[in-house]
Ligand binder design. Structure first.
Ligand code: BTN
Length: 288
């Protein structure tokens, strides 16, 4: 007679909940089109690379690639994206928008709104969105988004939206330890990645559809309600140089509006925001 004791059902459930293969994630998916083609990989250079390759071979819109580990995960502006293997979510999703340049709705803002909604149940306070595509909790980065477009003069052939969410990682490399956080760190307990992934995909569908229809008005209102830095002094590092001023809002195309020291309203289309102190008399709903 075997002395092995079967684990309690709850423990089995927990283990399955952290598995990201098709069999585990498929039954949890509540989406119409997002993730209905699903690829789970053990290690890749970058999920954006794998999905770009699949897109070139004709993969349909909504295809998702998830990896346990990335050897060359990348972030915005040439930075790397570091995520401990097997503990986090690193995934990419494919859109085929058919947009004609230069009409490019701000996809990363739409993604931020969806992620904020999906992850809020595990967080002690509402997450904040830092322009253009960081999701913060208590000032620390929980998730990031990297959108890569394949476009010619006629149209955007496809968009690969890469998303990194820190889920169960507690120890971060020295250079990130003061600025990064994870769902587990905020929630106080491990969380099944399959549940988080399914929640993210479910919450992303509506804002992505709004972006595809170019009807982002309500989504941008939601973004503004969660925005970090509204009414605050900032320095924005842009490809054209640094711009210092107070954030006054966001435009329909996703441009950040910053009022500089001379009172001029600047529209910034790309850059990194360094948050400073909030200005006296700033809007009451501006957040730290
Ligand atoms: C950023 O905050 O700068 C964006 C980070 C995006 C990271 C994700 S992880 C999945 C996908 N694959 C990548 O190489 N990058 C994105």
């Amino acid at each position: 007679m075997s002395s092995a004791v079967a684990p309690p059902a709850a423990a089995v459930e927990d283990v399955l909940d952290d598995v990201l293969d098709t069999e585990a994630v498929g039954p949890r998916l509540a989406t119409q089109w997002l993730g209905r083609r699903y690829h789970h990989r053990t290690e890749v250079t970058s999920t954006n690379d794998v999905l770009t390759h699949l897109a070139q071979q004709g993969a349909p819109a909504g295809t998702v690639v998830v990896a346990e580990a990335q050897s060359q995960g990348r972030g915005r502006r040439g930075r790397s994206w570091q995520a401990a293997p097997g503990q986090n979510l690193t995934f990419s999703l494919l859109l085929r928008p058919g947009w004609r340049p230069p009409r490019l709705p701000p996809l990363s803002l739409a993604v931020g709104v969806g992620l904020a909604q999906a992850l809020a149940p595990w967080l002690p306070c509402a997450p904040q969105l830092k322009w253009p595509n960081d999701l913060l909790v208590g000032g620390r980065k929980l998730a990031g988004v990297l959108v890569e477009l394949a476009a010619d003069a006629q149209e955007v052939r496809h968009a690969v939206v890469g998303i990194g969410i820190n889920v169960n990682q507690l120890d971060f490399p020295d250079e990130l330890s003061a600025t990064a956080t994870s769902l587990r760190r905020e929630h106080g307990a491990p969380i099944g990645r399959a549940t988080v992934l399914a929640a993210a995909l479910a919450a992303l569908e509506a804002p992505l559809e709004a972006a595809l229809r170019d009807q982002l008005g309500p989504v941008l209102q939601q973004w503004t309600a969660l925005a970090a830095g509204l009414g605050q002094s900032v320095v924005v590092t842009t490809p054209q140089g640094a711009v210092a001023g107070v954030v006054s809002g966001i435009d329909a195309d996703g441009a950040l509006r910053v009022r500089d020291a001379e009172g001029r309203e600047r529209r910034l289309l790309a850059g990194d925001v360094l948050l400073g102190p909030r200005q006296a008399g700033a809007r009451a709903e501006g957040r730290d």
